[in-house]
Design a protein around this ligand. Structure first.
Ligand SMILES: [Ca+2]
Ligand SMILES: [Ca+2]
Ligand SMILES: [Ca+2]
Ligand SMILES: [Ca+2]
Length: 440
């Protein structure tokens, strides 16, 4: 400074004494240059310093000195991370080498900015593990230094893995796939059962992963199961999910029973059947077991089914099969069944018409028919007897043996009666008028 002050003063003095020569400037560095400028601006106005005096443009001396790394420390150590702090005596970038030994093996680069105080986080470390780390610093000129080795031990893992995204998929009547995730590598097992006591479990899966998928098999259909998923981390901390449930679907088709066919007219038949569970219903039919015709699908889910086949050809063999689908889509079918359409135009033949159990106010009329038929008795005490005005008792059951009980008769009275039967196609026969007398 003394030299500079002298220099400026010298210029000033030179000016004052009329010297015109401008001395050359020799300066050590920018720092000194600034200081000298300040000093020179301190010169009173009017005593001009020649232009160009401040224009010192000589380059810096090249930086060949390596940075000095100091105050390395490791702090904020967790199970999986730690933060390294260090300082350098000049602005540097840098990176860390770290690993399980002084061979390191991993690097962690900083953000590339030049600074004196440094902080760098190491992540994805193993818990309860000793790590070695060293700093490499680089100044703007590319000079590098490497620190000595520093070691630290991560904290032990004492937390159970966090379970999330538990879901089920691919459910059938006998199996289901259960998936879940853990926020750290962990093993896997599903415990399950029909109660939250979980009497069964999947095989223990010891692979340490974060996405888990276990298949539960050997299940029963239409059954609600409870389950829990379980995962240990590498330190043995166990996480257990809450109780969850799923219900297996119905895989059994409806059982079809009581298939009957009844002729309702010459050309139509009614087919009835039952199912052991609510189901829809349809009849397929035709002249062969290939069918080809079908009734409308009755989509109602019921247990008793009735469909009518109409416009059938007379005196023809028909094949049919009944089909019912349950709410889960399982379809039950009957075997192939046949019936023959009829050309019956012959009325039943009545015989053995008998009056029995004759009392003061009641009598029983019995008879037989040569085919299944209804039973009706018309009766009256008036004379002449008229079916149109007579009282009647009847049953629509189709029987070959008929018994009709007449009650509320008058005692000691002669009654006239006619027995009547109709076959399934409505062909009808009547007996002749007959009579009995109630007891006095
Ligand atoms: Ca340097
Ligand atoms: Ca853990
Ligand atoms: Ca079913
Ligand atoms: Ca007949």
């Amino acid at each position: 400074m003394n030299y500079l002050f002298s220099l400026c003063l010298g210029v000033l003095l030179s000016t004052l004494v009329g010297l015109t020569a401008i001395p050359s400037v020799v300066s050590a560095d920018d720092h000194d240059d600034q200081e000298r400028t300040k000093l020179c601006f301190g010169v009173p106005p009017g005593h001009l310093i020649a232009p160009g005096f401040k224009k010192k443009q000589e380059p810096d001396e090249p930086d060949t000195r390596a940075p000095i790394i100091t105050k390395i420390r490791v702090d904020d150590i967790t199970e999986q991370s730690a933060i390294l702090y260090w300082k350098t005596d000049e602005k540097t970038t840098g990176f860390l080498s770290y690993g399980l030994s002084t061979s390191y093996g991993f690097t962690s680069a900083t953000d590339g900015k030049f600074r004196n105080e440094h902080k760098q986080k190491l992540v994805d470390l193993q818990s309860n593990t000793t790590y070695h780390v060293r700093v490499e610093a680089k100044d703007r000129a590319g000079n590098t230094s490497v620190s000595s080795d520093v070691s630290f031990t991560t904290r032990a893992d004492e937390k159970a893995p966090a379970l999330h995204d538990v879901s089920i998929s691919a459910m059938t009547a006998t199996s289901v796939v259960i998936q879940w995730k853990t926020r750290e590598p962990a093993d896997a097992q599903v415990v399950y059962g029909t109660t939250a006591a979980y009497e069964s479990s999947t095989p223990f899966n010891a692979a340490f992963v974060t996405a888990h998928q276990e298949t539960v098999s050997g299940l029963h259909e239409r059954t609600t199961y409870h389950f829990q998923v379980r995962s240990h981390d590498a330190a043995g901390n166990l996480a257990v999910s809450q109780d969850m449930t799923f219900t297996t679907p119905d895989a059994t088709p409806p059982a079809i029973t009581h298939v009957t066919v009844t002729q309702t007219t010459f050309s139509s038949f009614t087919i009835r059947w039952e199912t052991d569970e609510p189901a829809d219903g349809q009849v397929v039919y035709g002249l062969t077991a290939s069918y080809g015709l079908a009734t409308g699908l009755d989509r109602r889910l019921v247990r008793v089914h009735e469909h009518t086949l109409s416009s059938l050809a007379l005196n023809t063999v028909y094949h049919y099969q009944v089909r019912s689908r349950d709410a889960s889509g399982n379809v039950g079918v009957s075997g192939d069944v046949t019936f023959t359409t009829s050309t019956d135009t012959t009325p039943p033949v009545l015989s053995t018409i008998t009056v029995s159990n004759l009392g003061m106010t009641a009598a029983t009329i019995t008879w037989t028919t040569n085919e299944d038929a209804t039973s009706t008795v018309y009766y009256g005490g008036a004379s002449p007897f008229s079916i149109a005005t007579a009282a009647s008792v009847s049953t629509s059951m189709m029987l070959k043996t008929h018994a009709v009980v007449l009650t509320n008769l008058s005692s000691n009275t002669t009654y006239t009666f006619v027995a009547e039967s109709k076959d399934a196609l409505g062909n009808m026969s009547r007996s002749s008028e007959q009579s009995f007398k109630t007891l006095p």
